[in-house]
Design a protein around this ligand. Structure first.
Ligand code: ADP
Length: 585
């Protein structure tokens, strides 16, 4: 039940109780007033009659006449009681029956009149069967023994008149109370309106209508309530804004993580997945879909099942097609939330490749070192048993020197590469004429090339000059030339061409060797990468030469490209950014 309805009910009950009490009080007051007035009237009449009857008590006929006349004229019952209490006459009783009437000495009004001069009482008269108001008066100075005159009027008669007024009075009281209820009801309604308005505003806010304002009118208490509601609303808005900000931040972090993250429920359905996961699994809208459908790979899905079943983390390496490797970590989430587990997919292909490369590098270096070290050890062993003038001795010494040289080259290459890669190489730039550098380098390698029956030719346009470190540019050229000679067939021909392409200085080393498959052309510039490792037995190498070339070219702002077809030779081209003479250095 509403507060206002209760208030209205209470008001109505109170008004009803008030009406009953007031009308009861009013009726009893008017009763009393009517009785008092009747008593006054009887008093005046009894005094008048006493003066007439008192002196004539000895004349019963006269008394009887007076008694009946007065009764008729005044409309009252008149009784005369003797000193001994016997009724001497009574206006309402025939004379013949008066003698048989009960002794009246004990009637309360008679007793009182004898004691104080006057006596009154209200009693039910058995004779007349109605309530009567009695007033008695002692006749004579010796009250205790005096005869008594008594008048009586029926109260019913008086009250009949009075009851008409009583109804009017009652009507007025009830009308006043009804008015009170109406006025009270209106007042309650007026008081309730602002409360209603504040309540409505609070309910609207609770429903999420945060734009709803609390009312700004009404009594002070309501205004306080309104302002409390407004404050509550603004702190709610602040909290909502803060939660939204944090949510956005968490979302942004989640979205931009480089690892693929997927959150699933206990039914293995995707709740959320970030951009990397969507890209890695090529699924634009994974939310709500079964995880198994998205992963399509038993070895990726099983770790999720295991993590959820055992409530323990799982970490798995999964090899995918195209030599791609993923690391999958699944973490079960605490019970009680919608999410059952989170999966993190990391592409560890590069890391795995590096690892493999590192292992291969160690194997390569060991292998590369083992051959010369074994040769040197064997030669040294033989030398100790050989006489100094033995004609074999110089050959063995030469063998030791060559193998030591090979070892040094390998170590130099490794040191160089690690210095270049870590950015610790400082260039000493100067103007370098590429044609002259090419001729010098060709000259250096000609002896070695000749031993393989390979010739080297330099075709150079004049004046192609670059700004660079002469020693390092020579190293680039030497490595390329070395490979070209190494991979050329006997009787082959290696060309060095120096010219300009689109105005940019360029050098090309070209051979008629086995060429390089298209799919491998990018990878030959990686450290230790060799197209066909079985070839390295015939053409020893470390797989470091082209990596060094690439890095040194980059240090000079140049780029290296290869054009090659299997069986049709290879052409390595280094293109510089500009001539040394050009403005802007
Ligand atoms: P390596 O010491 O093995 O020559 P490089 O880094 O110089 O190392 O070359 C990497 C690989 O690229 C070689 O092992 C070879 O397979 C291939 N390669 C380089 N130059 C040539 C070329 N001129 N002709 C054919 N293959 C080449």
């Amino acid at each position: 039940m509403r507060f206002t309805s209760r208030l209205n009910l209470l008001l109505a009950l109170l008004a009803l109780a008030l009406a009953f009490t007031l009308s009861a009080v009013a009726v009893s007051v008017t009763d009393r007033a009517v009785e008092d007035r009747a008593r006054d009237r009887l008093r005046r009449e009894i005094d008048l009659l006493a003066e007439e009857i008192g002196p004539r008590l000895g004349d019963p006929v006269r008394v009887a006449d007076l008694v009946r006349r007065a009764s008729r004229l005044l409309g009252v019952r008149v009784t005369v009681i003797g000193a001994d209490g016997r009724v001497l006459d009574d206006s309402d009783v025939p004379l013949s029956q008066v003698a048989g009437m009960e002794n009246h000495a004990g009637r309360p009004e008679v007793v009182a009149a004898r004691a104080t001069g006057y006596g009154t009482s209200v009693r039910h008269s058995a004779t007349l069967e109605t309530d009567l108001l009695y007033l008695a008066r002692a006749l004579g100075p010796d009250r205790a023994r005096a005869p008594v005159l008594r008048l009586a009027i029926p109260l019913a008669e008086l009250r009949q008149v009075e009851s008409q007024y009583e109804w009017i009075l009652r009507g007025a009281v009830f009308a006043a109370c009804a008015l009170l209820v109406i006025v009270g009801g209106v007042a309650v309604a007026r008081l309730a309106r602002p409360i209603r308005e504040v309540t409505d505003a609070a309910l609207a806010v609770a429903r999420g209508d945060l734009a709803r304002e609390a009312p700004e009118r009404g009594p002070a208490e309501i205004l306080e309530l309104s302002s409390a509601l407004s404050r509550m609303k603004s702190s709610l808005l602040e909290s909502v804004a803060r939660v939204e900000r944090e949510h956005r931040l968490a979302d942004a972090v989640f979205e931009t993580l480089p690892d693929g993250v997927v959150v699933i429920d206990a039914q293995y359905r995707v709740i959320d997945a970030n951009r990397s996961f969507r890209a890695m699994t090529a699924t634009p809208n994974p939310a709500g879909r079964p995880l198994v459908e998205i992963l399509r790979d038993r070895s990726l899905f099983a770790p999720f099942e295991e993590a959820i079943a055992r409530r323990a983390p799982t970490d798995t390496i999964v090899r995918r097609e195209n030599e791609v490797t993923w690391q999958l970590s699944v973490r079960p989430l605490p019970a009680g939330s919608r999410a059952a587990a989170v999966g993190i997919l990391r592409d560890v292909t590069a890391f795995e490749r590096n690892e493999a490369m590192r292992r291969r590098f160690v194997a390569d270096v060991s292998h590369e070192l083992r051959t010369p070290v074994s040769s040197i050890a064997a030669a040294a062993e033989t030398l100790t048993e050989t006489e100094p003038d033995d004609p074999e001795a110089p050959r063995l010494v030469e063998l030791v020197r060559r193998q030591a040289q090979r070892m040094r080259e390998l170590i130099d290459d490794l040191t160089d590469l690690s210095l270049i890669e870590s950015g610790e190489v400082a260039l000493s730039p100067e103007k370098v004429e590429l044609g002259a550098l090419a001729s010098e380098t060709a000259e250096e390698l000609r002896a070695n090339a000749g031993s393989r029956d390979v010739s080297i030719r330099v075709e150079s346009s004049d004046g192609v000059t670059v700004e660079g470190d002469r020693r390092r540019l020579g190293q680039i050229l030497r490595n390329l030339l070395d490979n070209a000679v190494k991979f050329s067939p006997a009787g082959g021909d290696v060309r060095i061409r120096i010219d300009r392409v689109d105005g940019r200085p360029s050098l090309v080393v070209e051979d008629d060797g086995p060429g390089i498959p298209l799919g491998e052309q990018d990878r030959i510039f990686q450290r230790f990468y060799q197209v066909d490792r079985s070839r390295s037995k015939v053409r020893p190498g470390t797989g470091l030469g082209l990596a060094i070339v690439k890095h040194l070219a980059q240090l000079h702002g140049a780029e290296v490209t290869v054009a090659s077809r299997p069986g049709q030779g290879s052409a390595f081209r280094v293109t510089f950014r500009r001539d040394a003479g050009e403005a802007g250095g």
